[in-house]
Ligand binder design. Structure first.
Ligand SMILES: *[C@@H]1O[C@H](CO)[C@@H](O)[C@H](O)[C@H]1NC(C)=O
Ligand SMILES: *[C@@H]1O[C@H](CO)[C@@H](O)[C@H](O)[C@H]1NC(C)=O
Ligand SMILES: *[C@@H]1O[C@H](CO)[C@@H](O)[C@H](O)[C@H]1NC(C)=O
Ligand SMILES: *[C@@H]1O[C@H](CO)[C@@H](O)[C@H](O)[C@H]1NC(C)=O
Length: 455
């Protein structure tokens, strides 16, 4: 373990003392809006001077002053069609992605300043600018992005699906691509087209997970689950080459495709949806956990296999891929992420309107719930751990897709807490032990200076 990580891990224990359990709402939106360059001269000046983060602190500029429905010429904006799907954090930026699943999405990659004094209906700022997010645009424009990854080398990675998914008319406008942005310079530093031979008619790259350390930035690997092609695409930055990994565990599970969320019943067939990396094991490789959205099982494969093209693409895998276990009924999960310090996996449990957790150092049956809320946590769609905090996006998506969102109510939320605060009092916490003899649960250890009795 390197020193930075060690310091961060130690710090999170201290913070646990002051934070409360569960999650709190950090940002809320009834409807999305954007900051357009040129909307307000004062804002424009600050954008060009790269001081946009301060705009919100200027008492002379209200948010309303520069939010307008009049998008610049050539930019189609239909506010009701803009649904946030992904969230991630780097320093003071909270990234929010809006894939082009409907007409009228002006920008797919955006952020809001994390320290904005406004917490409600904060307008999104296209990142790194509106121009590169425009549609129609060229091959190097960002077309449609679901979720982004941030690596320890201050880079943002994303999979651009290349798809315009207008209902009834989904069309592949360009190849699916990987983009890498240097967050310190706001420049695209690398792009790569996924070979079309890896894609299937229903392919969709909805997330990306990066395998790298801050000492090996040039030797990064990206893992891209293909939820409709039932594969994982592995990309090596050093080799500038990718390969497609196939295995039956990457498919949907037939009995787990029915959903009942917020009064809407429907069937989905999404396979492998998101992959999560453990910390580096004594072998020098990480474990990669994965699950289908339409599934209840959790699986695992070593990155020793995935990173080696020969091993990753062999037709018979013997026991390379392992079943970790069955998480039980209603465990369908969109996004998940693992805190590298504690080994705790957080899971967006869409069928329970909840965020779940599992301490990967303990048996799977100790999995637990961080927070459940049938009114406010409808459709948790992304979770990310950044330093010692978790960030969760809930977006009420089934209501948008099968019903009708009420734009007078809060529909989209970002939830947060420290990792330690979120898992406090749950079996995911190392300081927790369940007492099976008496059928009761006790906290053990010295948190908050109190010693709990151990039976
Ligand atoms: C806000 O406007 C007032 C009056 O014009 C001015 O005195 C003040 O300096 C302004 N504040 C900022 C932060 O620009
Ligand atoms: C389908 O979408 C493509 C790309 O957006 C567009 O060019 C085409 O006109 C659309 N077709 C129909 C029938 O709407
Ligand atoms: C990476 O590979 C792609 C396609 O194989 C190629 O177009 C691109 O130039 C390569 N990039 C670098 C930096 O070598
Ligand atoms: C990949 O695995 C094969 C088979 O075990 C081995 O021969 C080869 O050296 C490995 N390649 C790398 C780059 O480690």
């Amino acid at each position: 373990m390197n020193m930075t990580l060690f310091r961060l891990c130690a710090l999170s224990v201290l913070i646990a003392v002051v934070s409360s359990a569960g999650l709190k709402e950090e940002f809320t939106w009834t409807i999305l809006n954007y900051i357009w360059p040129g909307t307000d001269r004062r804002v424009e000046e600050r954008v060009s001077r790269r001081q946009i983060d301060n705009v919100f602190e200027d008492p002379n500029i209200s948010v309303e002053a520069f939010v307008t429905r009049d998008a610049p010429e050539g930019v189609e904006f239909i506010p009701e069609n803009n649904i946030p799907m992904g969230a991630n954090v780097w320093k003071n930026k909270l990234f929010i992605t809006v894939p082009r699943r409907q007409p009228g999405i002006p920008s797919t990659l955006n952020y809001v300043p994390l320290d904005s004094p406004n917490r409600h209906n904060v307008p999104l700022i296209p990142y790194p600018n509106l121009e590169i997010n425009r549609y129609p645009g060229g091959r190097q424009n960002f077309l449609s992005v679901y979720r982004v990854a941030i690596d320890p080398c201050d880079r943002l990675w994303m999979a651009d699906t290349g798809l315009i998914e207008t209902p009834g008319n989904s069309s592949q406008v360009k190849a699916s691509m990987i983009f890498v942005i240097d967050l310190n310079t706001d420049q695209v530093i690398h792009s790569y087209e996924i070979p079309t031979s890896f894609m299937r008619p229903a392919s969709l790259l909805d997330s990306i997970t990066i395998d790298v350390t801050e000492n090996t930035c040039d030797d990064a690997y990206a893992y891209l689950p293909d939820l409709g092609g039932y594969s994982i695409i592995v990309y090596s930055l050093k080799q500038n080459r990718s390969w497609r990994v196939a295995h039956n565990y990457l498919f949907l599970e037939n009995s787990q495709g029915d959903f009942n969320i917020h009064g809407h019943r429907f069937q989905w067939n999404d396979g492998v949806f998101n992959v999560e990396l453990s910390s580096i094991k004594p072998t020098g490789f990480r474990d990669l956990y994965f699950h289908a959205l339409a599934g209840s099982h959790l699986y695992r494969v070593s990155t020793r296999i995935l990173r080696n093209e020969t091993l990753a693409t062999r037709s018979f895998h013997a026991d390379d891929f392992q079943v970790v276990g069955d998480r039980g009924p209603l465990s369908q999960t969109t996004s998940a992420d693992i805190d590298q310090c504690s080994g705790v996996m957080f899971m967006c449990l869409v069928s329970q309107n909840a965020l779940g957790c599992w301490n990967t150092n303990k048996p799977l049956r100790t999995k637990s719930i961080v927070q459940r809320d049938d009114r406010r946590m409808i459709y948790p769609n992304d979770v990310k751990v950044y330093r010692d905090r978790i960030y969760v996006l809930t977006n009420t998506m089934p209501e948008f897709q099968f019903g009708r969102l009420n734009y007078d109510e809060v529909n989209f939320r970002i939830w947060t807490n420290t990792v330690a605060g979120a898992i406090e009092g749950t079996p995911c916490d190392d300081n927790y032990e369940s007492n099976t003899v008496y059928g009761r649960r006790r906290l053990v250890g010295g948190r908050k200076g109190r010693i709990y009795p151990r039976y």
